[in-house]
Design a binder for this molecule. Structure first.
Ligand code: FNR
Length: 366
């Protein structure tokens, strides 16, 4: 794995290895993919203003999220159907997170079940990503199983009344390969995704089964069936962040679903300051995902108020290239880059990374 020295190296290798329809599914964004590009470019518009000669021998990446200590503020976000990347899929991914002592978030529409993931990595800090199905008993069953098997939080995806239009998936009539199943379900719910009429089979599955009527009031229902903390995943506005917290969420994950839902929405690093501002005075944690691919990206998100970032695609690239070892390599690359950044910027611990460390590029032009 040593030959891969950046997340980009892993991405390029993975894109060469994956079959076209899987490659397109993993890498695509919604419609014109403007936001997909912006998720990365917006990080580049920010500059780090380093402090010199502060003494940095106490470098420390550790942090605590929702009461759990992790070795660095970088976790793995939920991505669906990981056995298309590697035969061990989610199991390799969660084992990598366990070894690197960070968070792994399992998707509802995973190709490994809650139970398999829990058994593969009993010591990992695991979160369960939830989609609410029309059938509330099905949904409740997922939540209860996650809680029973030691998952530490429910990340409710709030940006997905239906799946975004991803043109490549429509062209490819993308659906889950026949030898795989949605492992969190039995019977028809695990295999219905194989049937496609016209266009993306995945979108048809979601249109048929996800509950489009969900509102912030449903957080109450969720809280009535679980004592796990709830993370609202997919918030991009300050007022929504406040609604989420007032409805009972313990954390906000600022996310645009990897730019896969609605094109033209802000990059997540652009949306973060509004949410941090709106939640001043509330006792909640704020996380971010979307476009993070270097240690300096992580640093910029921490400076603007995120407690932790998560990565989606980078884990898929690592998984494709080398299973567990590939995901670990990806995490180690980001860890090393963040370590260097913390020290050279003169802010050796995560707590030292404050807002004034980062400025917009325009603030340098007088
Ligand atoms: C996702 N994402 C996602 N989110 C979610 O809540 N449930 C899911 O099942 C999935 N599945 C999924 C599949 C693929 C292929 C991608 C790329 C993304 C969104 C994911 O959790 C996360 O928000 C983004 O991936 C973060 O952006 P980056 O790191 O991929 O740029």
């Amino acid at each position: 794995m040593e030959k891969y020295v950046s997340v980009k190296d892993l991405e390029e290798a993975a894109l060469r290895l994956l079959p076209k329809s899987v490659r397109d599914y993993y890498k695509s964004g919604a419609t014109e993919e403007q936001t997909l590009g912006e998720n990365k470019k917006a990080f580049q518009r920010l500059r780090i203003s380093p402090k010199c000669l502060v003494g940095v021998n106490n470098c420390d990446l550790r942090t605590t999220v929702l009461g759990n200590e992790i070795s660095m503020p970088i976790g793995i976000s939920a991505t669906a159907m990981q056995r298309m990347a590697h035969p061990d899929g989610e199991l390799a991914n969660v084992k990598a997170a366990a070894k690197e002592q960070t968070i792994f978030m399992l998707s509802t529409i995973a190709t490994s079940s809650i139970e398999e993931v829990a058994n593969a990595a009993p010591d990992a800090t695991k979160w369960f990503q939830l989609y609410i199905y029309n059938d509330r008993e099905v949904t409740k069953n997922l939540v209860l199983r996650a809680e029973k098997h030691g998952f530490k939080a429910i990340a409710l995806t709030v940006d997905t009344p239906l799946f975004g239009l991803r043109r490549a998936d429509v062209r490819n009539k993308f659906t889950l390969p026949r030898h795989l199943r949605l492992a969190n379900f039995d019977g028809i719910l695990s295999t219905k995704i194989h049937n496609t009429n016209n266009g993306s089979g995945l979108n048809e599955y979601v249109q048929n089964l996800f509950d489009k009527s969900v509102t912030w009031n449903d957080i109450k229902w969720l809280k009535s069936i679980t004592s796990l903390p709830i993370i609202a995943k997919g918030v991009l506005r300050g007022d929504d962040a406040v609604k989420a917290v007032e409805a009972g969420c313990s954390a906000i994950l600022v996310s645009n679903h990897g730019a896969r839902q609605l094109d033209g929405v802000p990059a997540t690093i652009e949306a973060l300051p509004e949410i941090v501002e709106a939640l001043k005075g509330y006792d909640v944690e704020i996380f971010l995902d979307g476009g993070v691919s270097t240690g300096t990206d992580v640093y910029k998100a921490l400076a603007l108020g995120a407690k932790m970032v998560l990565v989606g695609r980078p884990a898929l690239w690592g998984l494709t290239v080398g299973g567990q070892a590939g995901v670990q390599r990806m995490l180690q690359i980001l860890r090393t880059e963040l370590e260097y950044t913390l020290q050279i910027a003169g802010t050796p611990t995560v707590a030292d990374v404050t807002k004034e460390m980062v400025r917009h590029e325009n603030s340098y032009c007088k």
